[in-house]
Write a protein that binds this ligand. Structure first.
Ligand SMILES: Nc1ncnc2c1ncn2[C@@H]1O[C@H](COP(=O)(O)OP(=O)(O)OC[C@H]2O[C@@H]([n+]3cccc(C(=O)O)c3)[C@H](O)[C@@H]2O)[C@@H](O)[C@H]1O
Ligand SMILES: Nc1ncnc2c1ncn2[C@@H]1O[C@H](COP(=O)(O)OP(=O)(O)OP(=O)(O)O)[C@@H](O)[C@H]1O
Ligand SMILES: NC(=O)CC[C@H](N)C(=O)O
Length: 729
């Protein structure tokens, strides 16, 4: 009979530093894994404290509490016959490491520190942790931890465990190793030597966040790794907002020899999801041994070079791997049920479209934020335009999912949350939840059109929101009057003979008034509805507006949270088309079809708005996406951006390309200060300009970009000469 093993991976919605709730989720995950017959159970990166503790990792309290949680897990009896892989920070010698702690037989068996830290984009692991670079050493478990373990657990067993690049070997000869998140993404990843040395199962406990169109890369790496190296790759990720702008997007999976056997959902609202598969361990060994090229490298690694221990290849490979024997078997017992013995067949994992990602990711992030902040719901200034409609659609779609989950009744947290938000009234539909949770306000001025007012009302009705329609003219004119009394001057719009500055000030006061009114309503609407608590104010500036600075500082773009601050206008429009169809909200289609306008200036005689966004900005949204991607992801300054666009925008003359690049960098630099105070928004886009965590830049620039402009002018001249000369030098 072949050797098979049941392995489980937990997807957990954890909250940084919320040790009690994390412990509850971990215990539920372990019990579901154990009930499914698993002999190995993997949890996400830093699963005992939560991934995003950030500078709290510098506090020894965080590690201390992790040891306390670990002792509670060991005392629960779940880590006896099942090998459990947890994540926590551990101080060893003079440095702190991001570790996997492997436990069974009620004890810690080994500790495996992360060897390649994540430091790009949103990650700063190097600020709190050191990367491990050696083999294995001996680590003495803290006495306080030993004291918390069940009496007798460590009597006769050493209080010291191997710490370093280790893999475990079970009593029945199955070996299990580790890889931690970023290690999968490195060129020389530890899976390779582990596979060559015969490790059967590699568990990757991860803290990997959502970014649009990123999941395919992660899955591709996993499948490529197991296809090339053979083996079972168990991947466990967090899911949810654990306290920052990031949304960890689950999708934990189990892959064997290049094929996926099980996969968890990317955006589900559940606290805990456990996937389990039966893995044919012999198929791993035969997959590897079938290729002479693999066997040749494996054999070379087994032959230790003179003076080095076995498995010590030349740099840049990882240090030698130490096998640690554990006192339990891992294979399914011969008398296990058929379900546990028959290897799981491969599946095609579910993949969401970018439109679905835009709806589901930010919605789930808002759900976690709302329940963890104990807010009563949301207040959204709804203008009848595309951006605020997109936010309404995201929250509306969330209410649909919340209602589905409520009816299923499987996730206790979700049921409690729906009851909390809806109060005494049990919801009979998603619209009932929307009515309790999403408050929309149209705040018109004399410059608003009847079309946007009607579209806002219609959309609110379709979703089921609690909608208010009001005018703010009396407030803005009162403010202008105060200004006039104080200065004796009254500003005018440009169309009435005012200067550009007067025109801008009159626009901005309307926009800023809306922010103040939004907060007033966010604070008092629950009171008007005989409820307690507060509403979170939602902002709706998109990533392109942020990049160009096409927004008023401290207007409705300043809010508590912005679910679309990391999403491009193009993706938002596609999302609206999708949501109109998927959820049956037809007003979204008419909103997409209308030209985007701020409605801050007076209309022309026939009531038409001549102020359109793209004309106002001096560039199109499509151009902004190109600039944004090249600036951030292409790592281009003005000159290299010009060079790249010259090869992309063939229909434009070199001077036109240069002029567009210069205009973009001028406005980007002029408005960069707006990114310092930008509303915390869901990180979704690789080219996000969010100054706070992701895109670290100065906020006071020399907006003339003089030197760069001169270099560009030289390049344009050279290009024109080349073109005139027919491309000859
Ligand atoms: N380097 C610097 N560091 C820090 N702060 C700086 C600064 N330079 C200016 N500032 C400050 O920033 C202010 C200028 O920024 P800001 O007040 O935003 O004003 P500003 O960028 O001049 O105007 C806002 C723009 O957003 C457009 N817009 C379009 C659509 C909708 C909305 C809307 O809000 O609904 C707005 C509007 O048409 C206009 O073009 C200055 O008055 C100054 O207080
Ligand atoms: N008449 C209005 N009523 C309520 N809120 C408004 C109104 N006008 C603008 N806002 C709020 O201010 C934000 C910024 O206004 P702006 O005109 O720039 O819209 P936008 O960013 O293009 O978004 P939208 O497409 O939703 O109009 C809007 O997203 C909306 O939340
Ligand atoms: N926590 C990590 O190591 C994350 C690394 C990786 N780049 C990811 O996004 O998945």
């Amino acid at each position: 009979m072949s050797t098979v093993m049941r392995v489980s991976s937990c997807t957990l919605n954890l909250h940084a530093l919320s040790f009690s709730s994390n412990l509850r989720s971990l215990l539920l995950g372990l019990s579901l894994a154990s009930a499914s017959g698993a002999r190995y159970c993997l949890t996400p990166e830093l699963s005992l404290c939560g991934y995003s503790c950030e500078d709290h990792f510098l506090e020894q309290d965080t590690e201390e509490h992790c040891w306390e949680v670990l002792a509670a897990l060991l005392r629960s009896g779940r880590c006896q016959t099942m090998l459990c892989d947890f994540g926590m920070p551990v101080l060893f010698g003079g440095a702190r490491y991001n570790c996997r702690v492997l436990c069974c037989a009620g004890r810690v068996q080994a500790i495996r520190p992360k060897m390649s830290l994540a430091g790009d984009g949103n990650y700063r692991e190097g600020r709190w942790f050191a990367a491990w670079g050696g083999g294995a050493e001996s680590y003495r478990l803290p006495q306080a931890f030993l004291d918390l373990c069940t009496e007798g657990t460590y009597s006769g067993a050493s209080p010291s465990v191997p710490f370093g690049f280790v893999a475990l070997r079970s009593r029945d000869g199955i070996s299990v190793g580790c890889e931690t998140c970023e290690e999968l993404w490195t060129p020389s990843n530890p899976s390779v030597p582990q596979a060559l040395l015969g490790v059967d199962v590699i568990g990757n406990g991860s803290g990997s966040h959502h970014e649009l169109r990123k999941l395919g890369q992660r899955q591709g790496l996993m499948q490529a790794s197991t296809m090339k190296n053979g083996g079972c790759y168990v991947y466990s990720n967090l899911r949810g907002c654990d306290g920052t702008r990031l949304y960890f997007d689950g999708s934990s999976s189990i892959a064997v020899n290049g094929e996926v056997l099980a996969s968890a959902d990317q955006f589900a609202l559940d606290q805990v999801e456990v996937i389990t598969a039966t893995v044919d361990v012999d198929s791993i060994r035969s997959h590897r041994a079938a290729r002479p090229s693999f066997a040749a490298q494996a054999a070379a690694l087994q032959r230790a070079p003179p003076g080095a221990s076995k498995g010590a290849p030349p740099p840049p490979y990882p240090p030698p791997l130490t096998f640690v024997d554990i006192p339990i078997p891992l294979a399914a017992p011969p008398l296990a049920s058929r379900y546990d013995r028959i290897p799981t067949s491969p599946i095609s994992p579910r993949a969401y479209s970018p439109e679905q990602e835009c709806v589901l990711g930010p919605g789930s992030w808002l759900y976690d934020y709302m329940r963890r902040s104990r807010a009563g719901g949301f207040l959204l200034p709804l203008s009848g335009g595309a951006d605020s409609a997109a936010v309404a659609a995201i929250v509306g779609a969330l209410t649909v999912r919340m209602y589905e989950g409520y009816v299923r009744g499987e996730d206790r947290t979700l049921v409690d949350e729906v009851d909390r938000v809806c109060g005494d009234k049990k919801p009979g539909s998603a619209r009932d939840i929307a009515n309790a949770m999403l408050h929309t306000v149209y705040m018109g001025t004399e410059n608003s059109s009847s079309q946007t007012r009607a579209r806002a009302k219609a959309l609110a009705e379709e979703i089921g929101c609690y909608h208010t329609d009001l005018n703010v003219d009396s407030i803005t004119s009162a403010i202008i009057n105060v200004f006039q009394i104080a200065t004796g001057r009254r500003p005018m719009f440009a169309c009435n003979g005012g200067t550009g500055g007067e025109d801008l000030a009159l626009q901005n006061i309307q926009a800023r008034t809306r922010m103040v009114v939004a907060y007033l309503f966010g604070q008092l609407l629950p009171w008007c509805r005989n409820r307690s608590g507060f509403l979170l104010v939602l902002g709706s500036a998109n990533v392109d507006e942020g990049l160009r600075g096409y927004m008023t500082k401290y207007d409705c773009s300043s809010a508590d949270l912005n679910p679309i601050g990391g999403i491009s206008k193009a993706d938002l429009k596609n999302m609206l088309v999708y949501a109109a169809r998927e959820y049956g909200w037809p007003t979204l289609s008419s909103i997409v079809a209308a030209p985007p306008t701020a409605e801050l200036r007076p209309t022309t005689g026939d009531g038409e708005h001549t102020q359109t966004d793209e004309e106002d900005m001096g560039m199109t949204y499509a151009e902004l996406t190109a600039f944004g991607k090249l600036r951030k992801q292409g790592r281009c300054g003005p000159v290299s951006m010009y060079r790249r666009l010259l090869g992309m925008w063939h229909n434009l003359e070199p001077a036109e390309v240069a002029a567009k690049v210069q205009r973009f960098f001028y406005f980007y630099a002029l408005n960069r200060h707006k990114m310092c105070t930008v509303t915390p928004s869901y990180h979704a886009e690789g080219y996000s300009p969010d100054d706070n965590r992701f895109d670290l830049r100065p906020f006071l620039y020399d907006v003339s970009w003089g030197w760069q402009k001169e270099r560009m002018a030289e390049l344009v001249k050279k290009e024109e000469e080349l073109q005139e000369g027919g491309g000859m030098t």
